[in-house]
Write a protein that binds this ligand. Structure first.
Ligand code: F6P
Length: 341
C-alpha cells in the first residue's frame, strides 16, 4: 500500500507531528510506503512529490510549519483538476490519501471522495472552528501565544494610560479571542459571532480608565460592529473566496481615541500566532489524530475524518466537519462578559 500525505490551507503548529505519526504508525504496524505531496492540493494536481520515509520525519515533532509545504490551491476551481489528481495518483501508484487541513482542504477532500478518490481527513486550524471535533490542534498553541502577548501588553498600557486593542486571528469564529482574552483578563472581547455596539465598547473603556487601570480589548479579525456604526474597508479575496482580513483593531483604536479623547493603540498578532513550536497539548492531539488517521486508512474507512470528542479520537464523515462551522455559543461568550469593563 502506498499512501500520499498532504497539508493544505494556513499552516498550523502540530502539522509535522501529524505527518510523523501517520508515517511512523503506517510503517511500523502495516508496512506501508508514503509519498509526500507538496503544497496542499497543488502537489497531487501537478504530481509534485517528496520522499516521506522514516528518516524524512525524524526530528520534526516539535517543529512548527509543515515539511510538506502548504497552499490555498482550490482544486475544484481548476478545469480537469480532479481527473488530473486521479491520473497522477495512478501514475505514482498511490492507493489512498491522508489530507490534513481545515474547512477548505477538507471540503475539497469531501468532493474528491464523492468522485471515487480514497481519502481520509485530519482536521487542522488554529481557529478551532471545525465541526465534529471538540478541539483542533494548533488552537492551544495560538491561545498560549496570544495570552502571553496580552499579559505583556497590560503593563505597557498601564504605564502610558492607553487603551490597547489586540487583534487576533479568527475569521468566522472568535475562539482564539475568547480563550486568550479570558486567560489574560481582557476588559472587552469582540468576536465575529456577536456584532458589537461601539457605544457599549466605549463605555467599558471609560469605566476601566476610571479605575486607573488601562483597558485591554481583544478583537478577533472577523469581528464587526452592528450595522452602520463604523465604516470598514474590505480586502482582496483568495481562491476560496475569503477576504483577506486585518484592520478592525486599527479602526477600533481610532474610534476609541476619537470618542474618549484617550490615547489608544492597536497591535496585530497576525501570523506570530501560527508560527513556531506546538504546545505539548497540540503535539499529543496531533500525534493521536495521525495514528488514528492511518488506522482509518488501514480499515478502508474512506471519506472519513478523525476528530476529538471528549477525550476519545473518533471517526466521522468528512462532510460533518465542513457542513457548518463550530462557532462560539452565546453561553460561552456570556461567561467572558462577566469581566468586561
Ligand atoms: O485559517 C487559519 C487562519 O490563520 C485564519 O485565522 C486567518 O484568517 C487566515 O488563516 C489567514 O490567512 P493567510 O495565511 O492567507 O494570511
Amino acid at each position: 500500500m502506498r499512501v500520499g500525505v498532504l497539508t493544505g490551507g494556513g499552516d498550523c503548529p502540530g502539522l509535522n507531528a501529524v505527518i510523523r505519526a501517520v508515517v511512523r504508525k503506517g510503517i511500523k504496524d502495516y508496512g506501508y510506503e508514503f509519498v509526500g505531496f507538496r503544497d496542499g492540493w497543488r502537489g497531487p494536481l501537478e504530481g509534485d512529490t517528496m520522499p516521506l520515509d522514516r528518516a524524512a520525519v525524524s526530528g520534526i515533532l516539535p517543529r512548527g510549519g509543515t515539511i510538506l509545504g502548504s497552499s490555498r490551491t482550490n482544486l475544484m476551481k481548476i478545469e480537469g483538476g480532479v481527473e488530473k489528481v486521479k491520473q497522477n495518483m495512478a501514475e505514482l501508484n498511490i492507493d489512498a490519501l491522508v489530507a490534513i487541513g481545515g474547512e477548505d482542504t477538507l471540503g475539497v477532500a469531501t468532493q474528491l471522495h464523492d468522485q471515487g478518490v480514497k481519502v481520509v481527513g485530519v482536521p487542522k486550524t488554529i481557529d478551532n472552528d471545525l465541526n465534529a471535533t471538540d478541539y483542533t490542534f494548533g488552537f492551544d498553541t495560538a491561545v498560549n501565544i496570544a495570552t502571553e502577548a496580552i499579559d505583556r501588553l497590560h503593563t505597557t498600557a498601564e504605564s502610558h494610560h492607553r487603551a490597547l486593542v489586540v487583534e487576533v486571528m479568527g475569521r468566522h469564529a472568535g475562539w482564539i479571542a475568547l480563550h486568550s482574552g479570558m486567560a489574560a483578563g481582557a476588559n472587552v472581547i469582540l468576536i465575529p459571532e456577536r456584532p458589537f455596539d461601539i457605544h457599549e465598547v466605549v463605555a467599558h473603556v471609560e469605566s476601566r480608565f476610571q479605575t486607573n487601570y488601562a483597558p485591554i480589548l481583544v478583537v478577533a479579525e472577523g469581528a464587526h460592529p452592528k450595522d452602520g456604526q463604523m465604516e470598514l474597508s474590505t480586502g482582496e479575496k483568495d481562491s476560496f473566496g475569503h477576504v483577506r482580513l486585518g484592520g478592525i483593531g486599527q479602526r477600533l483604536s481610532e474610534e476609541i481615541e476619537s470618542r474618549t479623547g484617550k490615547e489608544a493603540r492597536s497591535v496585530v498578532l497576525g501570523h506570530v500566532q501560527r508560527g513556531g513550536t506546538p504546545s505539548a497539548f497540540d503535539r499529543v492531539l496531533a500525534t493521536r489524530l495521525g495514528v488514528n488517521a492511518i488506522e482509518a486508512v488501514h480499515d478502508q474507512e474512506y471519506g472519513r475524518m478523525v476528530g476529538l470528542q471528549g477525550t476519545e479520537i473518533v471517526r466521522v464523515d468528512l462532510s460533518a466537519a465542513t457542513d457548518k462551522l463550530k462557532t462560539v455559543p452565546s453561553e460561552r461568550f456570556e461567561e467572558a462578559e462577566v469581566f468586561f469593563g
